[in-house]
Design a protein around this ligand. Sequence first.
Ligand code: SF4
Ligand code: SF4
Length: 364
Amino acid sequence: MKKVFFVPAKVKEKGLLEGLEKAITLSSPQIEKEEAVAIKTHFGEYGNTRYIRPTFSKKVVDMVKEKGGQPFLTDTTALYRGKRHSLFSALSAAASHGFTGETMGCPVLIADGIRSTGYEAIVKDPLRLSKIKVASLVFEADFLIVLSHFTFHPLVIPAASIKNVGMGCVTKESKLAMHAGSEVKFNERKCLFCKACVKICPSGALKAKDKKIEYDEDLCIGCGECIGECKEEALSVPWEKKGPRDVQAGILDGFKATLSTFGKNKALFINICLDITQHCDCFQKADIPVIPDIGLLISDDALACDKAGFDLAAASPEYPGSDWDKKKKGEERNISIALSEADSFFGLAKKAGIGDLDYELSVI
Ligand code: SF4
Ligand code: SF4
């Protein structure tokens, strides 16, 4: 049975930051002097206003420094077109949300760099993908702290520690493989022949010929670079190619691949269960939460940490006025529908062997 530290949102004498500090201390992360510590978070898509408050990230950074580690705060570029699709736009979105080297007191870095590069990791007993490219800076780090905003999500319920690692620590190529496969979708009618995609494509799969773009599926290596580059969205992810179960299996393979690059007891998971929205922080806006604030959860087991968050969420009332509060009397609660979807995801995660579903809550 795994221990999950719980700092309730309803504070007593001490506040959430003090609770977080105590929980991290009690978790005793094995950070050695001068080890590189990747703090993997999500800075929030530009326009989203319910991402993790920088003050929590800063507290984690300070604690790593106190232990003698060398922290850096990090995320990877997004596969789809948005403000986080390139290293430069991702850093500018992060800065606009308050995450800079100056405010955090440590480097703020994009782990997969300019061309979304990573190192290949072999997945032992994969559910779907046997090889995954783990973003370079995550791969090279000695210790991983996963600082996640606990929310709901259309494909993975809940979106928290497991998703933050499985999808969030890998390159665009592996993200595309999880979502769709190894090719993109080209819609010729949207193309304005700017040729930006031709310049960026590393494999020659996109060619300009007779004032038209030709896309060769056989040459495409599925790096995903052209998707963010095309302003017209003529190049996109073929989302329809894989169902939710396939995506979940890919994410769990991504989780295993990423954790395999760290030693035993070299990871800590923190779920910030505040502002719990229906959609994750990749969305360009954030509605009011669907359930009230729960608090903070800290564990060295990602599955236990996510399951504890979900169980607390399932026992919560709906947030008044939210989309989940609209059910008429007698109709099934949205959280009950989410519960059945989460059950199958947690079952798959258990089958993948990524952690423990049994946990003991230790309230701080
Ligand atoms: S980047 Fe988009 S609009 Fe420009 S040529 Fe390529 S597909 Fe067409
Ligand atoms: S996914 Fe990569 S290889 Fe395939 S067409 Fe786009 S840029 Fe080229």
